[in-house]
Design a protein around this ligand. Structure first.
Ligand SMILES: Nc1ncnc2c1ncn2[C@@H]1O[C@H](COP(=O)(O)OP(=O)(O)O)[C@@H](O)[C@H]1O
Ligand SMILES: [Mg+2]
Length: 398
C-alpha cells in the first residue's frame, strides 16, 4: 500500500501490456522487467508511447490487455493512490501559497505521518535546498523548483519513482547538472527510478539500463555502452547516436567473419556481431570509429575499407571535426575526427577513403528502410467511433 514507506525499490514488471485508444494503438505488446534499485530509462521519440507507459504504471490509464506487477504484486486493477508509485512530471506544479517545506511535507501530513516536518527537511537536504525551506516557490529558480518537486516525490519513499521528462523545462547547462544530481540521489535513496526521455544523451548519462522504444514497442534494451556499440536495429543505430549504414548481399559467412559486398568492396563483420548471416543485410559502423585517408591504403588484415569518395562538408566543432563524405553507390557517410592537430586535416572536395577496424562493424536485424507498424488499425471500428465523436463535437459547436 502507498501509505507504507518502502525501505528499498521494487521490481516493476509489465507483462504483455497493450493500450489502444480509439483508432490508435499506442502500445502493442510490451514486456518489460525493471529490477529493484535500478535507474532505468525509457528512451524514444515523441509520440512513441513513453508517457502512456508511465500512466499505465501509475494507474492513471487502464491497459487494454496485460498485467502490471510491482514488487511481485499484481497492481493491474489497483487504484492509483494505492500503488507504491510517485510521479514527477515536466511541469513541477508546486503550491504557490505554501512554503517549500510545506510543499514537501504536504503529502506526509495528509497521510498523518507523525514526523512529517523532519522527513521533509531530510528530503530537502538531499536536494541541497534545506536553506530555502521557508521561501515560497516563486522565489526559487526553475532548477530549484524542479529539485523541490523531486524532494516532494522522494519524501514519500515510493518503491518506484516515475520521472516523465522532468528536466525538459530546464536550460541545457542546468539540465546537465540536474542529471548528475538526480543520479546521485537515486544512488543515495536506492529506490527504483523509471525515467522517460527523448534525449539520448540524457538517457546515456543517467541510466544503468536503457530501453529504446519505437512506435509502442521496445526495440532494444541494455546498458548504454552495449546499445551504443552493438545496436541491433536501424532505428537504434540512428536514434542513439549516429551510424553509417550499408546494405548488400552476404558473400560468405564461414568461420568467425561474415563478408558483405558493399558497392563492389568486400566489407567484413565479426559473425557474432551480426544479427543476420544470409541474403541482403544492413551493416554499420559509428562515425568516430572511421578514419579518413587521402590515398588508397593497401589492403590490410583486420581493416575494412570503402571509397574513394569526396568530402562534401567539413564542420569544425572544437573537440572534433565532422566530415560528410559522398561515396558513389553508398550515399553520404559521416566521420568524426578528434581534433589532435590544429584545424581540420582534410578539406572540402578532397578525395578520401574510409577505413575502420572490422571489430567495430555491426550487422542489423532489419533494413535501413523499415515498414511502419500498426498499419492495420486504419479500418477498425475504433476509427469510426473517433470520426463519429469528432462529428458530434462539430455539430455541438455549430
Ligand atoms: N487519450 C488518448 N487518446 C488517443 N490517443 C492518445 C491518447 N493519449 C496518447 N495518445 C497517442 O498515443 C501515442 C503515444 O503518446 P505518448 O505516450 O504521450 O507518447 P510520448 O510520451 O512517447 O511522446 C501518441 O501518438 C498519442 O497521440
Ligand atoms: Mg510524453
Amino acid at each position: 500500500m502507498a501509505t507504507s514507506f518502502a525501505e528499498s525499490g521494487a521490481d516493476l514488471e509489465l507483462v504483455g501490456i497493450s493500450k489502444r485508444f480509439p483508432g490508435f494503438t499506442a502500445i502493442e505488446h510490451l514486456d518489460l522487467t525493471i529490477p529493484a534499485g535500478s535507474f532505468f530509462a525509457l528512451l524514444g521519440p515523441s509520440g512513441c508511447g513513453k508517457t502512456t507507459t508511465l500512466r499505465l504504471v501509475a494507474g492513471l490509464e487502464d491497459p487494454t490487455g496485460g498485467r502490471i506487477l510491482i514488487g511481485g504484486k499484481d497492481v493491474t486493477h489497483t487504484k492509483p493512490y494505492r500503488r507504491p508509485v510517485n510521479t514527477v512530471f515536466q511541469s513541477y506544479a508546486l503550491f504557490p501559497h505554501m512554503t517549500i517545506l510545506e510543499n514537501v511535507a504536504f503529502g506526509l501530513k495528509r497521510r498523518r505521518i507523525a514526523n512529517a516536518q523532519q522527513l521533509a527537511h531530510e528530503a530537502l537536504r538531499l536536494v541541497e535546498l534545506d536553506h530555502v525551506a521557508q521561501r515560497r516557490p516563486a522565489q526559487l529558480s526553475g532548477g530549484q523548483q524542479q529539485r523541490v518537486a523531486l524532494a516532494r516525490a522522494v519524501v514519500n519513499r515510493p518503491a518506484l519513482l516515475l520521472l516523465d521528462e522532468p528536466l525538459g523545462a530546464l536550460d541545457l547547462k542546468l539540465r546537465r547538472q540536474m542529471q548528475l544530481e538526480l543520479k546521485q540521489i537515486q544512488g543515495d535513496v536506492g529506490l527504483t527510478f523509471l525515467h522517460v526521455t527523448h534525449d539520448q544523451e540524457e538517457a546515456m548519462t543517467m541510466a544503468d539500463t536503457i530501453a529504446v522504444m519505437n512506435k509502442g514497442e521496445i526495440e532494444q534494451m541494455g546498458a548504454p555502452e552495449e546499445l551504443y556499440e552493438l545496436p541491433r536495429t536501424a532505428f537504434v543505430a540512428n536514434f542513439l547516436g549516429q551510424s553509417n549504414l550499408f546494405t548488400g548481399p552476404v558473400v560468405s559467412a564461414k568461420g568467425d567473419t561474415m563478408v558483405v559486398d558493399i558497392a563492389g568492396r568486400k566489407v567484413s563483420v565479426p559473425r557474432e556481431r551480426a544479427q543476420r548471416h544470409a541474403g541482403e543485410v544492413t551493416i554499420g559502423v559509428r562515425p568516430e570509429k572511421v578514419a579518413l585517408v587521402t590515398s588508397e591504403p593497401k589492403a590490410a588484415t583486420g581493416l575494412n575499407l570503402v571509397g574513394p569518395g569526396r568530402v562534401v562538408d567539413v564542420s569544425f566543432s572544437g573537440v572534433s571535426t565532422q566530415y560528410q563524405v559522398q561515396v558513389p553507390g553508398l550515399g553520404v557517410q559521416t566521420v568524426f575526427s578528434q581534433n589532435m592537430v590544429f584545424g581540420s586535416i582534410v578539406n572540402e572536395g578532397a578525395e578520401v577513403w574510409l577505413t575502420w577496424n572490422i571489430d567495430h562493424t555491426f550487422g542489423l536485424a532489419d533494413d535501413a528502410d523499415v515498414a511502419p507498424r500498426f498499419a492495420s488499425d486504419e479500418d477498425t471500428s475504433a476509427i469510426a467511433t473517433q470520426r463519429r465523436e469528432r462529428l458530434e463535437a462539430e455539430l455541438e459547436g455549430a
